[in-house]
Design a protein around this ligand. Structure first.
Ligand SMILES: [Zn+2]
Length: 99
């Protein structure tokens, strides 16, 4: 017989393997129940779209460029591009507090 000797490492690997296995089984079981309940409640619900290239959003529509969206800064009432908004708000609010 070519049985590998039992070591602390081999026992640890079996234990972690069993733990991961039961955790994954638990997650899959819960998610399956959740999906069934959702489907019973909303039979016409479409599943979210998954685009591995990241071109389409979760509705399967082309993503809108962040730079094409503008938000009104509540501090200075200027229109700020969505991808600059967080940085702007931080500067804008700091500017106000220094005065
Ligand atoms: Zn501002």
């Amino acid at each position: 017989m070519s049985e590998t000797p039992t070591t602390v490492e081999s026992v640890s690997e079996i234990i972690i393997g069993n733990l991961l296995h039961s955790m994954i089984q638990d997650i899959v079981a819960r998610e399956t129940v959740r999906q069934k309940q959702l489907h019973e409640r909303y039979p016409t619900m479409k599943p979210y779209h998954y685009d591995p290239k990241g071109i389409l959003d979760f509705n399967g529509l082309p993503k809108q460029q962040e730079s094409s969206q503008y938000f009104l800064c509540p501090n200075c009432n200027r229109e700020i591009s969505a991808n600059r908004f967080a940085a702007h708000l931080q500067r804008c609010l700091n500017r106000g507090s220094r005065r």
